[in-house]
Design a protein around this ligand. Structure first.
Ligand code: PRP
Length: 215
C-alpha cells in the first residue's frame, strides 16, 4: 500500500519494490523510448490497484458453474483523463486493467519560459459526475498543468477526482494540494526539487519527449 506522506497529507507515495524497480529503469537515461513507453503503462497499471481501492462497489448475486455466489461489482462509471502527451502512456496502463473505463483527453503544453500551461484540447465525457475520475500525468513539476487539468474536470462537473503521477516535486505537491485539498495525489516518488528550467531533480527528463523520441 502507498504510505501517506508526513509533510503532505493528500500525498501517498508508493513504496512497493516492483513499482520502485520499474521507476528506476524509467529514470535511467539509457532506457529506449520504446521501453520507456512500456514502463510508463506498466507502472500506471500497478498503481491503479490502490487508486481504485475506495471505489464505490455493491454486492451482486451470480451463478458459478457450481452454484450461487455473492460477488463484488464496481458500480460507478469510471473515467481516466490523461494530460497529453505523456499522460497517454499512463492511460494505456490503466485501461489494460480497467478496459471499461471511459477516456477524457486533456491537451496541455507548458511554455518553456513562463512554465505556464496552455490548453489545446478538452474532450471529456459530459457526465463526469457519474463516477470517479482518475487524472493521469507522469510529472508533477510546478503543478500548473495538474492544477489546470483538475480545474477543467471540476468545471465540467466532476465530483470525485484522484490524481495519479509517477514523479512529483515538492513545489508541485504544495501548489496542487493548496488548490485542491480534497484531491488525493498518488505518486511513485517525491523527488528533491525543481531546477531553474522547471525540471524535476533527479526526475526522469521530459516524459513526453522520452515517450515519443522527440528530444
Ligand atoms: C510535462 C508533463 C506535465 C507538465 C508538468 O508536459 O508531462 O504535463 O509538463 O509540468 P508542470 O507541473 O510544471 O505544469 P509538457 O508540457 O512538457 O508536454 P508534453 O507531455 O506534450 O511533452
Amino acid at each position: 500500500m502507498p504510505t501517506p506522506h508526513p509533510q503532505f497529507p493528500t500525498l501517498q507515495v508508493f513504496d512497493h519494490p516492483l513499482i520502485q524497480h520499474k521507476l528506476t529503469y524509467l529514470r535511467d537515461r539509457q532506457t529506449s523510448f520504446r521501453a520507456f513507453r512500456a514502463l510508463i503503462a506498466q507502472i500506471a497499471g500497478l498503481m491503479v490497484y490502490e487508486v481504485t481501492r475506495t471505489f464505490p462497489a455493491e454486492q451482486i448475486e451470480i451463478e458459478t458453474p457450481m452454484g450461487r455466489h455473492r460477488g463484488t461489482k464496481i458500480t460507478a462509471s469510471i473515467t481516466v483523463c490523461p494530460v497529453l502527451r505523456a499522460g497517454l502512456g499512463m492511460a494505456e496502463g490503466v485501461l489494460d486493467v480497467m478496459p471499461e473505463a471511459r477516456v477524457g483527453h486533456i491537451g496541455l503544453f507548458r511554455d518553456e519560459k513562463t512554465l505556464l500551461p496552455t490548453q489545446y484540447l478538452s474532450k471529456l465525457p459530459r457526465d463526469l459526475d457519474a463516477g470517479p475520475v482518475i487524472l493521469v500525468d507522469p510529472m508533477l513539476a510546478t503543478g500548473g498543468s495538474a492544477a489546470k487539468a483538475a480545474q477543467m474536470l471540476f468545471d465540467q462537473g466532476a465530483k470525485d477526482v484522484r490524481f495519479l503521477c509517477l514523479v512529483a516535486a515538492p513545489e508541485g505537491v504544495t501548489r496542487f494540494s493548496d488548490e485542491f485539498p480534497k484531491v488525493p495525489i498518488y505518486a511513485g516518488a517525491l523527488d528533491d526539487r525543481l531546477n531553474d528550467q522547471g525540471f524535476i531533480l533527479p526526475g526522469l527528463g521530459d516524459a513526453g519527449d522520452r515517450m515519443y523520441g522527440t528530444q
